[in-house]
Write a protein that binds this ligand. Structure first.
Ligand SMILES: Cc1ncc(COP(=O)(O)O)c(C=O)c1O
Length: 365
């Protein structure tokens, strides 16, 4: 039995370490996971009620086309329903785009480092991966453009970028899109877009009218606090959405996820509360990193990439022993950890643990 030769070398996705594993392994009572950019404030109370109400329909297949949710979202975004597709998280939209558009030998361009699922799914489809190093943690759009040729099929832009948190601005993005040839699909991943308050941050959906070769990805996993329910979406030209829909599994998103997402869209107060708390959290962490003499990338999402000035696995271990799960081991940033912005209390516990871990590392030297 032989699998496809191009998947043999692929790693199995390594998620952030689960809280229960860390508690058990280290005998800790309290463990704070700041490794997967989840929402520390949970989800809206209205959403919880919608979930409970929908549970009674669990014996019935979901609406594969998510008609009600699509209508609600289309109205909110000011687009037509045929411009929207839902997936089990935006991860599934990434998978479907690769499945629908890539044939072996196509080239696909992405930043290095960025969200790993673009590359992972492109490799499954046997694409040729063209990775363009970040410049000071930001997408280098001119360098990405310079890599475009007749074989290029998809360009991926993660805005804000995971893991650095940097953004591509509206002028940068519009200048770039103007130059991208029409045979190339541009995927703009805005998983953390709702958190951004920089006035230069582009709203990808507003750019769709002018760019038929653009698809914008968003998710309910981050600011909406629904990571466990697995629902995200893509918005684009009806042709792009139709092709992507043609490779979608019939009943991909669940009834409960659809009901939760519809209710989540309506609770604007929850979103603005989370944005506000996240901003305060970024300010607090930035002040503390300044005090500790640590540099960090300007944070625009709900996470901060900080230079801990020593090998990140060492600091990760020091934090873990103190009950904090972070994300170490970045190819281009061996001394950085990525930390999710938590609640005020979690952020304070993280900073106390970081100070101790850094002191311990300095003594061990
Ligand atoms: C940049 C980015 N895009 C997409 C995703 C996928 O999220 P989900 O599949 O939960 O919607 C993530 C998750 O961490 C992410 O960081």
């Amino acid at each position: 039995m032989q699998p496809k030769s191009n998947i043999v070398h692929l790693p199995v996705y390594q998620p952030g370490k689960p809280v229960e594993d860390v508690k058990r392994e280290l005998g800790l009572q309290e463990v704070i996971k700041l490794a997967s950019n989840e929402n520390p404030f949970g989800c809206s109370e209205h959403v919880k009620a919608a979930i409970i109400e929908e549970i009674g329909n669990s014996n019935i297949y979901p609406d594969g086309a998510s008609v009600e949710l699509t209508a609600a979202l289309a109205e909110e975004l000011g687009v037509e329903p045929n411009q929207i597709i839902f997936g089990t998280g935006s991860s599934e939209i990434i998978l479907m785009i690769n499945r629908a558009f890539i044939v072996p030998g196509d080239e696909t361009i992405m930043a290095d480092e960025t969200f790993p699922q673009y590359k992972h799914n492109a490799e499954i489809e046997n694409a040729s991966i063209v990775e363009v190093p970040l410049k000071e943690g930001k997408h280098d759009l001119p360098a990405m453009l310079a890599k475009v040729n007749s074989k290029t099929k998809i360009i991926w832009i993660c805005n804000p970028n995971n893991p650095t948190g940097t953004i591509v601005t509206l002028p940068e993005l519009t200048a770039f899109l103007k130059e991208v040839p029409s045979h190339v699909l541009v995927v703009l991943d805005e998983a953390y877009g709702e958190y951004v308050d920089d006035p230069q941050f582009p709203d990808g959906v507003q750019l769709l009218r002018e760019h038929r070769n653009l698809i914008v990805l968003r998710t309910f996993s981050k600011i909406y606090g629904l990571a466990a329910l697995r629902i995200g979406y893509g918005v684009g030209h009806p042709d792009v959405i139709r092709f992507t829909n043609q490779v979608r599994e019939p009943f991909n998103t669940s009834r409960i996820a659809q009901a939760a997402a519809k209710s989540a869209l309506a609770d604007k107060a929850f979103i603005s509360y989370c944005c506000d708390q996240n901003k305060q959290g970024i300010n607090y962490l930035s002040e503390q990193f300044d005090r500790l003499g640590l540099s960090y990338f300007p944070a625009n999402g709900n996470f901060v990439m900080v230079d801990v000035k020593r090998s990140s696995p060492e600091v990760f271990d020091g934090l873990l022993r103190r009950g904090i799960i972070s994300r170490p081991r970045w190819t281009y940033y061996p001394n950085h950890i990525r930390i999710t912005v938590g609640t005020r209390e979690q952020n304070e516990k993280f900073i106390a643990a970081l100070e101790q871990a850094l002191q311990e590392a300095a003594v061990q030297g």
